[in-house]
Design a binder for this molecule. Structure first.
Ligand code: SAH
Length: 377
């Protein structure tokens, strides 16, 4: 039995087998875990007393030693285009951000995996904040749980929606942090997102975006099956090492090999390569031709992201004409490419603009040197 004065177990941090074990440990049948998950994830319920089809004494035991606790909301902002951004409290000092992007027929929630980031990509605002800590599984899952509750309060399914369609149809780990640097806490969260008794999202609708931690991509291939996005941003090692310093440790050829391995293992369709469009830096025809050499004939899609500026940045966004030309160059040479529509700019909710509130704990931030310290698997 778990004693009352012990810290409560946050159930949002437990994937199904762990929850079954926990339920068993407080004297109930492990299969009750599924019922509990349906209450928590299916209905967004956090009060055990309201879970009326569970035995009363089981509910009482849960109330004694467990809780369903998501991060608290500090502020909510709404963009003119319907995008919403939340600042969430991670602890007394730290805060993280998450963003909801409504589109026709789908709603994408972009969540954070760390307080800050240690990877130091030169065009990313989160990197400027430095790194504080990994989020726990409960804090990662709690973002989706909380957003679902907030959004479903006034959610009206669009005409023609499938029965039971929910406000959040897609989850992307593209907020603050490098998810593969927090592997141990991210993987159980991914499992809860796709579990039938969890958020029940299809594997194609959960996307993990990484700056390219090669060993962790191999590990991920053995652990879960979700869509993979990779921040490529440059066709040569020389340029990529400036933009994404982890490239000095894991260069492009090794990264691509890991991506193709991931697809083989997962039976996946393709990898999405993100490519931020920086004026005069990586947006020239020679860069497009370089990408063609890397990706042509492989199951790859390029997602061109117009750079989103933030205070103090030395980069500028490529012009719309340059972005179109770049895309056309890729398409005409047989590489699939789309341009990501910028959303939520008026509330600083666009890609790379999530800053939260981070007390930097990294004393020396020397790019790849730091990465060795901050990566936990
Ligand atoms: N750490 C993960 C997820 C982070 S952000 C990763 O690196 O993939 C999701 C995407 O936004 C990444 O491709 C990232 O490189 C990109 N991004 C970062 N800063 C940006 C900015 N200022 N403008 C546009 N995209 C940016």
């Amino acid at each position: 039995m778990v004693s009352v004065d012990q810290e409560r177990v946050n159930l949002l941090g437990l994937e199904r087998p762990a929850l079954e074990a926990f339920v068993g440990s407080i004297g109930s049948k492990p299969f009750r875990a599924r019922q509990l998950m349906q209450w928590i994830y299916g209905r967004g319920e956090s009060r055990f007393a309201a879970m009326t089809d569970l035995a009363k004494d089981f509910r009482a035991r849960l109330a004694d030693c467990a809780e369903v606790r998501a991060p608290a909301i500090v502020t909510t902002q709404r963009s003119a285009d319907g995008t919403r951004k939340w600042l969430l409290r991670a602890d007394a000092v730290q805060a993280i951000e998450m963003v909801f992007i409504p589109e026709e027929g789908r709603g994408t929630l972009c969540i954070s995996s760390q307080v800050g980031c240690a990877l130091d990509c030169s065009f990313c605002s989160t990197a400027q904040q430095g790194f504080n800590r990994n989020l726990s599984t409960a804090e990662i899952v709690g973002q989706v749980w909380l957003a679902a509750r907030e959004l479903e309060r006034d959610f009206v399914p669009p005409p023609g929606a499938s029965p039971g369609q929910r406000a959040i149809t897609n989850v992307v780990l593209m907020g603050m942090g490098e998810p593969l640097a927090n592997f141990r806490n991210v993987v159980p969260a991914l499992r809860i997102f796709t579990d039938d008794f969890g958020f029940d999202l299809s594997r194609r609708r959960v996307t993990l975006s990484t700056s390219g931690l090669v060993p962790q991509i191999y590990k991920l291939a053995e652990e879960v099956n979700v869509a993979l996005a990779v921040s490529l941003h440059a066709p040569t090692d020389e340029l990529r090492s400036v933009l994404v310093p982890i490239n000095r440790k894991h260069p492009i050829a090794e990264l691509l090999e890991a991506c193709w391995h991931y697809l083989d293992e997962q039976n996946g369709r393709s990898v999405t390569f993100e490519y931020v469009m920086l004026d005069g830096v990586n947006d020239q025809p020679e860069h497009a031709r370089g990408l063609v050499r890397l990706l042509k004939g492989h199951p790859a899609k390029l997602n061109l992201i117009p750079f989103n500026p933030f205070p103090g940045t030395r980069y500028r966004r490529s012009s719309p004409a340059a972005i179109q030309r770049f895309r056309d160059e890729l398409l005409s040479r047989g590489v699939l490419a789309t341009v990501r529509r910028t959303r939520g700019e008026d509330i600083d909710a666009a890609c790379g603009q999530l800053a939260g509130r981070v007390e930097n704990r990294t004393t020396v931030r020397l790019g790849s040197k730091m990465i060795g310290v901050a990566v936990q698997t």
